[in-house]
Design a protein. Sequence first.
Length: 389
Amino acid sequence: MKKYDFDEIIPRKNTACVKHDALELFFGRDDLTPMWVADMDFRTPDFIMDALRTRCNHEVLGYAIPPESYWQTVIQWFQRHYGVSCIKEELHFIPGIVAGISFVIQAMTQPGDGILVTTPVYPPFLNLPQGGHRQLVCSPLKVEDGRFAIDFEDLEWRARQCRWMILSNPHNPGGTVWGEEVLRRVAEICYRNNVNVISDEIHADMTLPPHRHVSFSTVSPQAKEISITFMAPSKTFNMAGLGSSVCYCGSDSLRKRFFGYLDAYEVAGGNIFAFVGAEAAFKHGEEWLTQMLQYLSGNVDFLRGYLQEHLPQVKAILPEASYLAWLDFSDMGLTHEEIKDRLINRARVALNDGTTFGGSNYRCCFRINLGCPRATLADVLDRIVGCLK
C-alpha cells in the first residue's frame, strides 16, 4: 500500500491559480498565505496525473465524448458511496457545479421566481439567483451544539414564497452533515409547498469518519421526485481545474426538461481531460481518499485543540465533511473592519469574509480552508493569534 505525503509543501504561486495568484485582486496584496479558495494544497493524486500524461501521448486533442468506461465508473461510484442506483440515462456531464446550478435557474425558473437558500452559504448560491433576476429568499441557520441546524419553522414559512431550493449537502461553510432525518424533513417541506431542490453534494466524498453522507434523493420517493443532484470528483481529488462534474436526476419530468435544455443549448459538453481525470479518480481513488480524510481529520482536531488553548473566545463550527471551518470572532470585541484589517495586514492571511456568505449577520465570521499541510495551518494560526492579541 502506497503511503501518500500530505505534509509536502508544494509551491503554487505563479501557476495561474486563483488561490495564490488572485490575492492582489481580491485582498489588495500578494504576500498573504491563502486559506480561502476551496481547493487543497495537496498534490493531485498520481493515478490522475498518470492518466492525463498517458492521454497526452496521443498528440491529437480534438473534440471529445465521455467514453462508456467513464459512465460505468461514475455509476459504480454513486452506488458504492451514496447508495444511488442509477443508469446512464439519468446522468449528465456538467462542466462545473456552479455552472450546473446556473443552468437549472435558467432552464427551470422565470425572472421573479423565489429561490430558497439557508445562510450562511457558499456565495454563488446567493449570487446566481440575484444575477438572474430571481427573488433570493434566505432562511438563516441556527447554531446548536457547535454545528449548524435548520430552523424548520422558518424554512416552511419561506418555502411558500419559492419555486426552488438550493441545498448545500454537506453544508458549506462549516461542513455540517445533515443526516437522513433532517433531509427527509426538508424534502417533506419542499414537496408540500411545490418546491424543487438542487442538492449540491460536491463535498459528499469528503465526509469525515464517523459521519456518513446521505444523498438527498435517497431519503424518500418525494425527495427523488423533486430533486436534481450535482456531484463531482473535483474537491475530493483536488482536480477542480478540469471542470468535471456530474448531474443525477431520478425524476422523469425534471430530467426531461433539464437534460433537454442542456442538450438543446449545447452548454454541458466536456473536454478530454475532464473525462480522463474523473474516470481515473473513480477507478483508483479509494486508498488515496482514505488517507486524505485521515489527514484532514487530523487538521480539524489540530484546529479544535489550538483554538481551545489559544483563542477560546473564537466560536468555531468545525467540518464534519470537507475542510472549510467557520470562525466567529464576535466575542473578540472588534468590528468587522478591524478583524479584516488585522488578518490581512498584520497576520498576512487570506480568509473568506463572512459577509459574502449572507450579509451583515456574519460580519465577524470568516471561513478558513484546512486543506493544507499541517505546518502551514499551524503557522497561520500562530499569526492569527498574534494579530488578535
